[in-house]
Ligand binder design. Sequence first.
Ligand SMILES: Nc1ncnc2c1ncn2[C@@H]1O[C@H](COP(=O)(O)OP(=O)(O)OP(=O)(O)O)[C@@H](O)[C@H]1O
Ligand SMILES: [Mg+2]
Length: 251
Amino acid sequence: MIDLQNISYSYPGSRTAALRGVSFQLAPGEKIALMGANGSGKTTLVRCINRLLKPSGTGSVDGYALDREEDLWEIRRRVGMVFQNPDNQIVATTVVREIAFGLENLGLGQAVMKERVESALEKFHLQSLRETSPHLLSGGERQRLACASVWVMDPRYLILDEPTSLLDPQGREEIMVFIDQARHESNAGVLIVTQYPEEALDADRLLIMHAGRLIMDDLPAHVFSHERKLKSMGLGLPVEVELDRLLGSTM
Ligand SMILES: Nc1ncnc2c1ncn2[C@@H]1O[C@H](COP(=O)(O)OP(=O)(O)OP(=O)(O)O)[C@@H](O)[C@H]1O
Ligand SMILES: [Mg+2]
């Protein structure tokens, strides 16, 4: 279980808090979607979960405390992160090395490691790019690489910050399938930040952030019933819901 209690954070030198008293829990096997306007604090929250930022408040991952230095390695091993800007994540000189990078610290045998890396290349359609420098990839290819690098680690929790923003519809669909598999086959808990309401529809809960606060935490269908409130924050409804409304009102 990821458990955050009353997390607040202000960037150094900033007068306004980017996060204000946020609490939420993510259980294994659960999918939570997180939406909110630009600047509402979504990425800041994600960065607090693996302590890239040090917020006030308390938090833990499977009982490992966020503010305990000796727990940090275990937390980062359990929580796989796909960042909003895939460039920030790249550390190696080729695609295949990038995927293998995180695995090297897990103490797996050479054969197991090789097999997992090959599966990742295949699963995320990166075989033909295996010796390419990650910096030469397109944005969408880099997002697929970021997902592959996290998938090989088989993390207990997947935190994805707008992982499909640079992908075409087919690429988006593939990432959604990958997320579902992680949930159902490995019982991973998933937090997905998204600007696509469609990607939130099948979540167990949908969280809405506004100006650093979590202002809604409910079933997606309930959240999407607050149409006017969402639209006032610049958030849309899933196409399916919009269509239902439209047809419902004219037929
Ligand atoms: N490194 C930083 N230093 C100072 N302020 C920052 C920094 N990063 C973000 N902020 C501010 O913190 C607030 C929250 O930003 P954050 O990136 O968490 O928003 P977001 O919801 O992820 O937005 P987006 O939808 O654009 O990704 C914003 O007001 C932003 O300007
Ligand atoms: Mg963001």
